[in-house]
Write a protein that binds this ligand. Structure first.
Ligand code: FPP
Length: 237
């Protein structure tokens, strides 16, 4: 009998609670995001150690542009700075970085760094870290539908060939499997426009801990909860 515990191949994380964490400490919200980057680093190491192959972080949603300008600017600066600082360690641990989301809305500088980190880490084979940036599920589906409709219009795609696989192949996430486990920290229990198509059969886990405090033990606990779940994919065992 095979008693090996299943490890989720793909874990997707909605990092929530940076602002509340900062407020509780009497700090600016930006300090919460800075602490959040440290948690990303820690969680990536924990996931790689456990054998997770894809780890997706919801880092900036299409809705996040509506935050105060100073906070958006601080997040952009933090993103560029983190890319510069983290790239050597990512390469060293065999991590490949991929971006999902629509990147033309970012400044040229940010777009440059996004391309750079994807190129610099392209050889990484141990784990793929996916950053969802200017991402939302509805926007991703809109772009996929436009792309499919254009192919039909040009005559390179027959309407009858539009099946679930073809739709999946037109999403930003086409290069990876669907998430097995979605974690959202801070006690909120919403998907907030994140991987809605892809998470159809995912397990969900909602720990109370705020993202900056999410520890390696919390990650291990999430995997244990996942392991204990009975995934039937709509079928009978
Ligand atoms: C949610 O906490 C967090 C975010 C919207 C941003 C997450 C970003 C990072 C961890 C930094 C890395 C990413 C970039 C783009 C540099 P919240 O601010 O909504 O917290 P709250 O709900 O307590 O206010």
């Amino acid at each position: 009998m095979n008693t090996a515990k299943p490890i989720p191949q793909h874990v997707a994380i909605i990092m929530d609670g940076n602002g509340r964490w900062a407020k509780r400490q009497g700090k600016e919200r930006t300090e919460g995001h800075i602490a959040g980057v440290e948690t990303i680093r820690r969680t990536l190491r924990a996931a790689a150690k456990q054998g997770v192959k894809y780890l997706t972080f919801y880092a900036f949603s299409t809705e996040n542009w509506g935050r105060p300008e100073a906070e958006v600017n601080a997040l952009m600066e933090l993103l560029c700075k983190s890319i510069i600082c983290e790239t050597p360690a990512l390469k060293e641990q065999g991590a490949r970085v991929r971006i999902i989301g629509e990147r033309s809305r970012f400044s040229e500088k940010v777009q440059h760094y996004l391309t750079q980190i994807e190129q610099d880490t392209a050889e990484g084979e141990r784990i793929t870290m996916v950053l969802a940036l200017n991402y939302s599920s509805r926007d991703e589906l809109r772009r996929a539908m436009q792309s499919i409709a254009n192919k039909v219009k040009e005559g390179t795609l027959a309407v009858e060939s539009i099946d679930e696989k073809l739709i999946s192949d037109h999403l930003d996430t086409a290069f990876m499997p669907d998430p097995d486990l979605v974690i959202r920290t801070s006690g909120e229990q919403r998907l907030s426009n994140f991987l809605m198509w892809q998470a159809s059969y995912a397990e969900f886990y909602f720990p109370e801990v705020l993202w900056p405090d999410f520890s390696e033990e919390d990650f291990a606990e999430a995997l244990e909860v996942y392991t204990a779940r009975d995934r039937r994919f709509g079928k009978v065992k």
